[in-house]
Write a protein that binds this ligand. Structure first.
Ligand SMILES: [Fe+2]
Length: 469
């Protein structure tokens, strides 16, 4: 989700959903002929997949950002190996909505009408498109939909309204998938763990007094961390014409919940009022300290009843929570890491739940721009920036580690893969940056002949060169 998606009442901020980077595409294509600048590294072998909203007729019907983010899921893929870009293709996920539109005789997906347009997960050798709750859809490596999955019933949720967050975490050592499901109806929060084969090993309901907006969470090697903050549901807003019943609540206590990753007792620690849309990472320090880094907003979706709309959101910045757990109540120290506005933070996925040194994120020079990439070196307190010209915009930077890593290779030994929209040509460049020096000229750029519209999250699936198609 992006910062400006809820701004349906802010007429002065409304971008045109059907022009520029936001404009959807109207068809599915497969392209095998590209112009490439620079030289694609021969070790860079894999599949880039990006998810996002894209209406079936290629136009958004509404004019507000809510109309944008609920658009049907479209996946975009680019296969690179042996120094070549082999294909780009875009495919809608074959959901129930898709079947009713394009294939009314096909019942596939109709009983699981999820819109899985937020993220892409690679787990247990399978690929999944994920939405904000609901069931994941299995997809193959050519972006064809296999269908929704409950992981043999693990995600059914008991009430028939199960599923998982769009931001589960795969532990890099155990291969366990840890996830939560925040719901507007009870149970408001559910936590689960699937082992590396997809078998459920933890299923726990966490007691909350009411539903809260939880888009992301964090894990360490031993703990799972939940965010119960100041944005929550207020269904009375529906009667006042609001398109979504979510708003900032000054009277809510903001708190972080920590519990053993295998389930058990959850401990809450209060923090300053805030909202966190995306976590950067979390990790253990010794046995009784947890570090949580996140993009923090001092306010978010503050609803002005007089105006009948949301106030502009301030932009998010990197923040650190140092939580000390002992025999007594937990304590927390809050530290601002930087003052630049960022979103879509990423690290090396192999560092998830382990100590990270480098963070990569999209810069937000204004609240309607995703423009530029910033790299933080938290050890040496240094930053680097990849500048994107005014008018162009970019998606989240995805770190791809060099495999095998070079002898003595650092955590940033690899590349950043970034989709950059070029306004002048209405096309997208997939830019490959040296992650150790993102200010240098790109290592390579794959020039797509058309745009990849703005969207949410993506992933990189490493692929042996022999598997190229
Ligand atoms: Fe997200």
């Amino acid at each position: 989700m992006q910062v400006w998606e809820h701004r349906e009442h802010m007429a002065d901020h409304l971008p045109d959903l059907n022009s520029g980077i936001l404009a959807p595409v109207a068809d599915e294509v497969t392209i095998e002929d590209f112009t490439v600048s620079g030289a694609l590294p021969p070790e860079l072998s894999g599949l880039l997949i990006r998810n996002g909203p894209n209406p079936f007729d290629g136009r958004f019907a509404g004019t507000d950002m809510l109309s944008w983010w609920v658009g049907p899921a479209m996946l975009h893929g680019l296969l690179i190996s042996e120094g070549q870009a082999h294909w780009y293709r875009n495919r809608w996920v074959r959901t129930g909505d898709w079947a009713r539109r394009f294939s009314p005789a096909t019942p596939s997906g109709e009983s699981h009408d999820q819109n899985v347009n937020v993220n892409v997960l690679h787990h247990g050798g399978q690929l999944f498109a994920l939405g904000e709750g609901g069931l994941p859809f299995i997809i193959d490596e050519e972006l064809a939909t296999i269908g929704p999955t409950t992981f043999d019933g693990s995600l059914s949720g008991g009430s028939g309204f199960g599923g998982m967050t769009a931001h589960p975490n795969v532990d890099p050592e155990t291969g366990e998938l840890r996830y939560f499901r925040a719901d507007w109806q009870a149970p408001f929060l559910r936590y689960g763990v699937l082992d590396q084969h997809g078998r459920q090993i933890v299923d726990q309901i966490i007691d909350l007094p009411g539903p809260a907006m939880m888009h992301d969470f964090a894990t360490t090697a031993t703990r799972s961390i939940f965010l119960d903050l100041n944005v929550a549901y207020d269904f009375s807003m529906l009667q006042h014409g609001a398109a979504i019943p979510l708003r900032w609540h000054d009277d809510r206590v903001a708190r972080i919940g920590i519990m053993p990753s295998g389930g058990g007792t959850l401990q809450w620690v209060e923090i300053e009022l805030c909202f966190i849309q995306h976590v950067i990472n979390a990790y253990d320090v010794g046995s009784d300290t947890v570090i949580l880094d996140a993009v923090r907003y001092p306010s978010f979706l503050r609803f002005d009843r007089g105006l009948g709309g949301f106030e502009p959101n301030p932009l998010g910045v990197a923040w650190r929570y140092t939580i000390r757990l002992g025999t007594g109540a937990p304590t927390v120290e809050e530290t601002q890491l930087d003052d630049k506005a960022i979103e879509f933070p990423r690290i090396d996925d192999a560092r998830i739940a382990r100590q990270h040194r480098y963070v990569y994120a999209v810069e937000q020079p204004t609240d309607i721009e995703m423009r530029g990439v910033i790299k933080y070196d938290l050890t040496n307190d240094r930053t680097q920036r990849y500048a994107v010209p005014v008018g162009d915009q970019n998606a989240e930077p995805i770190f791809v580690a060099r495999r095998p890593q070079r002898a003595g290779g650092d955590e940033d030994d690899g590349w950043l893969v970034v989709c950059v929209y070029r306004a002048a040509t209405d096309t997208t460049d997939v830019v490959i940056l040296d992650a150790q020096d993102i200010e240098a000229a790109p290592v390579a750029t794959v020039h797509l002949p058309r745009r990849i519209p703005a969207g949410f999250h993506g992933t990189w699936i490493p692929r042996p060169a022999a598997q190229q198609t």
